[in-house]
Design a protein around this ligand. Structure first.
Ligand code: CA
Length: 231
């Protein structure tokens, strides 16, 4: 699950990003509205949710909402604002925001609002994703494998391993190129290491193999990877 966070207060932005990352969200954080639109224009489908501060350099959070909706994007938007007057809320909702959080707020409330938005959104994120004998449990942030006898085993994964496995499980039997994986799972230009995908794949596979899930993800040399699944 990828979130675009647009917040120009460095301390608050960093705190939100840290909290969301701990919850296994992948967060792209930008500090002004123009950068935000560069991430969103024609590319909003890569995001599950967006968080816009109202007052931003460049394009305001309110304008970003309007621009998304005028481009027919249904991306759920949570607005952050110091404004708590009723007319401001009405303006924000008219612009297409889905919910509001008035500053200052606690991170627990932010997470609760995001979960509620996900439940209400058309891109509703289910609590579990099962492919073959692997189940991602989003509520508890764990992965469970089940053997043919029905015995379940929890696999302990890092945030990035969880996201990587989720990406494959959402695209079973499809070839995912190294570039696609890198673009999907790593923040743009944050980690310019060419073999980061291969290294992360090795770590994920080792854990899957240790849990009795060998050879689920196939390497197609020079092309990419594929999670093989026979329904
Ligand atoms: Ca601001």
């Amino acid at each position: 699950m990828r979130i675009l966070l647009v917040e120009d207060e460095p301390d608050l932005g960093a705190a939100i990003k840290r909290t969301l990352t701990q919850q296994k969200y992948l967060v792209d954080w930008v500090l002004d509205g123009n950068d935000a639109w560069a991430y969103l224009e024609n590319k909003w489908t890569q995001y599950t949710l967006a968080i816009f501060d109202w007052m931003l350099p460049g394009i305001s959070g309110l304008e970003l909402c309007k621009m998304l909706r005028s481009h027919k994007s249904p991306l759920p938007v949570l607005m952050l604002t110091a404004k708590d007057r009723m007319e401001d809320k009405v303006a924000g909702l008219d612009a297409g925001a889905d919910d509001y959080l008035v500053k200052p707020f606690g991170m627990a409330e932010l997470l609760a609002r995001l979960r509620a938005l996900q439940r209400r959104s058309p891109q509703f994120q289910p609590q579990e994703l099962t492919v073959g004998n692997l189940t991602l449990d989003y509520g508890n942030n764990i992965v469970v494998s089940q053997n043919t006898a029905g015995n379940k085993q929890e696999i302990s994964l890092t945030n990035k391993e969880f996201q990587l496995l989720e990406y494959f499980m959402k695209h079973p039997n499809q070839i995912m190129t190294t570039e696609q994986i890198r673009n999907q799972l790593w923040v743009v230009s944050a980690e310019p290491i060419s073999n980061v995908v291969a290294a992360q794949m090795r770590l994920l596979r080792r854990k899957l193999t240790n849990s009795g899930c060998e050879n689920i993800i196939e390497t197609l040399h020079g092309t990419g990877y594929r999670l093989n699944f026979t329904p």
